[in-house]
Ligand binder design. Structure first.
Ligand code: PDD
Length: 287
């Protein structure tokens, strides 16, 4: 069990083991809901406005009413941190379409969203990852074509990720029509002829908040050459470095792809530079 035990459910603050939802909740029955994961450094919610804007877009895309204003969300998150005496953690937030007391594919008209939020520990970057990087495999991207929505319907992601885990890999990188979309739970970057390349935003990938932050640090602060463009699977195979980003893993170097070493087989200079920049960026918020 997590060290953070107080959760928020539909306006109530409860111990996690006392929080209950209806078995007819559409999140439970259909995966009909949206989520967010927000990293917190010290007491600072990293890129809160960007997370709230993505949440609002996801809800709008699937026609779930946003139950709170941005200020109300902000207040809820601050309370959640206070209630759990939490710092350096990740807030998990889920809004489902709610329950109408039965199971029907058709969306009922009068239905109140279910709102759940809790705090999880932020994983600590293992020394072995810094030293050696991680392995990944590639697989066909079998997901739907609305991956820009942060939907809780993650079965395809879970099964794809599991294929990687079964081969001792940290991530599964997804390929659609010969093009890289993203990882099963991360965004992907590759260093091609010295340029940091990442696929452009669109319906095939989640617009990652860490992705945008890394792009900003790379281009504006570190002066690296950066391109958001189609990245082919062939290019990925010949990249000198591959990086993956997410709110919980920050920035990992992928040093082995489909059983072959990436570049030197060790975390490369671009990862080192961006990792240092990311740590420095975070440090301003840490207590
Ligand atoms: N997932 N793409 C997918 C499919 C993801 O699941 C995630 C993160 C990302 C990276 O997005 P961000 O930088 O905003 O975290 C990209 C979260 C962490 C999760 O599902 O737990």
């Amino acid at each position: 069990m997590s060290e953070f035990n107080t959760v928020f459910l539909n306006g109530q603050w409860l111990p996690a083991d006392q929080a209950q939802i209806s078995v007819f909740d559409r999140g439970f029955l259909f995966g009909d809901g949206i989520y967010e994961v927000l990293p917190v450094y010290g007491h600072h919610l990293l890129r809160l406005d960007e997370h709230l804007s993505r949440l609002s877009n996801s809800l709008e895309e699937v026609g779930i009413r946003n139950p709170y204003s941005d200020n109300e969300w902000r207040e809820l998150f601050c309370n959640l941190l206070l209630q759990n005496n939490a710092e350096n953690c990740a807030i998990y937030l889920q809004v489902t379409r709610g329950s109408s007391g039965g199971r029907d594919h058709s969306i009922p008209t009068n239905i109140e969203p279910t709102v759940f939020a809790c705090v999880n520990p932020l994983p600590i970057l293992p020394e072995a990852v810094k030293e050696n990087g991680v392995s990944a495999i590639t697989r066909e991207d079998i997901r739907w074509h609305r991956c820009h929505i942060k939907a809780i319907t993650l079965l395809a992601n879970v099964l794809l990720k599991e294929e990687g885990t079964a081969e001792g890999c940290n991530e599964t990188l997804l390929v659609r029509d010969g093009k890289i979309s993203e990882g099963a739970s991360s965004n992907v970057f590759a260093v091609i002829n010295g340029t940091l390349v990442t696929p452009p935003k669109g319906p095939e990938l989640l617009p990652g908040i860490t992705r945008d932050l890394v792009l900003e640090l790379a281009e504006k602060q570190q002066g690296l050459s950066v391109e958001q463009r189609i990245l082919s699977a062939d290019e990925l195979n010949n990249a000198s470095e591959i990086l993956i980003t997410s709110s919980t893993r920050e920035l990992y170097p992928v040093t082995n792809l489909d059983g072959q070493a990436v570049g030197s087989g060790k975390p490369g200079p671009v990862w080192q530079q961006l990792f240092a920049a990311y740590q420095a960026y975070k440090a301003q918020f840490q207590l």
